[in-house]
Design a protein around this ligand. Structure first.
Ligand SMILES: *Cc1c(COP(=O)(O)O)cnc(C)c1O
Length: 394
């Protein structure tokens, strides 16, 4: 047997973290790395955050799991807080981002079909990432995720990201919804333009279709707003959220308005684990910390400082870097070349974790509670990394 016990779907690197302390990860061999990846925008309070850890410990000792057949005081509490602090009227809890998107897709179809319409098609955008289930890979045009898995789920139409005219032209009498990441994450930290987001909302209203946002990566305070659509002043019908919402505990949710959720009645959807008391304790603890103006304002100002520091630094290396983009603490550094080997160089030779993305961009996604000292250390490591980087022969 040459296969590894862990199914070899990830090309894993030699950095093997066993412990975390705030914005730092400590490897099996004792080496330390500054974690500006945060498990890909997950550990938004860093590692070992006392309030989150305590909430999980106490809930684990009290009640970890019960069936969704029973009443859920823990779920009601967190759902009510989400309803109170967002556009949503109702919430379905999941264990992951893909499941949250899956619920959003089902809700969008059911919205129409429960009212006797046969609309089913969802217009999505090129280089999007919506997850790895059959429905969510079908929702993306990326062939590298499709190969070997045909047939895909029918009913998705792909349009160029940020192309409002294209989106308009794709509407038919079968269209149920638009689904878009306000800021493409895997696609390269590409924020949608104001015109595009507002235009999709207007088109959706005009044609009686829904605006579904995938905020799995950009949501939960990452951009300095609880959800990125707030920065655009655009109100969605349905939002998929996950990643940061559990602060590291597996948790996702599908948020919807009362109208958009009209098809999701008893018996139409479910999840064994979704919304279990342990996950709700994690979500509530995250919300305790992030859902207030002071925290969000701090994310915005820290993001501005980090972005300015990166901008100033990359000016020294015009051969390597093109620029930086993003919002809040969701930043992408655009390079003149592919980014995977530079990301590996930062990790292996300078103890700095970032994440490669599409469009020759790599992501800078620190915990949201970093301070000036972390920014300084990040820039030191990035500078050292740029200074001794030797790009692979292409
Ligand atoms: C990560 C991600 C997903 C999938 O989340 P999983 O928890 O891996 O299923 C979906 N959409 C976006 C935008 C993501 O970044």
């Amino acid at each position: 047997m040459t296969i590894t016990p862990l199914m070899p779907v990830y090309p894993r690197c030699g950095f093997r973290p066993v412990r975390g302390e705030g914005a730092w990860l400590i490897s099996e061999d004792g080496s330390r790395a500054l974690d500006f990846a945060s498990g890909i925008a997950v550990n938004l309070l860093g590692h070992g955050h006392p309030h989150l850890t305590k909430a999980i410990q106490e809930q684990a000792a009290t009640l970890m799991h019960v069936s969704n057949l029973y009443g859920s005081p823990q779920g009601e509490k967190f759902a009510q807080r989400l309803v109170d602090t967002t556009f949503a009227d109702t919430v379905f809890f999941t264990n992951s981002g893909a499941e949250a998107v899956e619920c959003a897709i089902k809700a969008a179809r059911a919205y129409h079909q429960s009212a006797g319409s046969d609309r089913f098609e969802i217009i999505t955008f090129k280089n999007a990432f919506h997850g790895r289930t059959m429905a969510t890979i079908s929702a993306s045009n990326q062939e590298k995720m499709h190969n070997g898995f045909s047939p895909l789920l029918a009913g998705f139409k792909y349009v160029e990201f940020d192309d409002l005219e294209g989106a308009k032209a794709a509407i038919s009498d079968k269209t149920a919804a638009f689904m878009v990441e306000p800021i493409q994450g895997e696609g390269g930290v590409r924020p949608a333009s104001q015109e595009f987001m507002q235009g999709l909302r207007d088109l959706a209203d005009e044609h009686g279709i829904l605006l579904v946002l995938d905020e799995v990566q950009c949501g939960v305070a990452r951009t300095g707003a609880l959800y990125a659509h707030e920065l655009y002043g655009v109100t969605p019908d349905i939002v998929a959220t996950a990643k940061g919402i559990g602060g590291g505990f597996p948790l996702g949710a599908c948020l919807a308005t009362e109208d958009a959720a009209r098809g999701m009645v008893a018996g139409t959807h479910g999840s064994t684990y979704g919304g279990n008391p342990l996950a709700m304790a994690a979500g509530n603890a995250v919300w305790d910390v992030v859902a207030n103006d002071e925290f969000l304002e701090n994310v915005r100002s820290t993001g501005d400082k980090l972005c300015a520091a990166i901008e100033q630094f990359i000016g020294n290396y015009p051969d390597l870097f093109i620029g930086v983009r993003g919002k809040g603490l969701m930043l992408g550094i655009m390079m003149t070349q592919e980014t995977r080997s530079f990301v590996a160089h930062l990790r292996d030779n300078h103890g700095l974790l970032t994440v490669a993305a599409g469009d020759n961009t790599f992501r800078v996604l620190p915990p949201l509670n970093i301070d000036d000292s972390h920014i300084a250390t990040f820039i030191e490591k990035l500078s050292a990394g740029a200074a001794d980087y030797v790009a692979p022969e292409s």
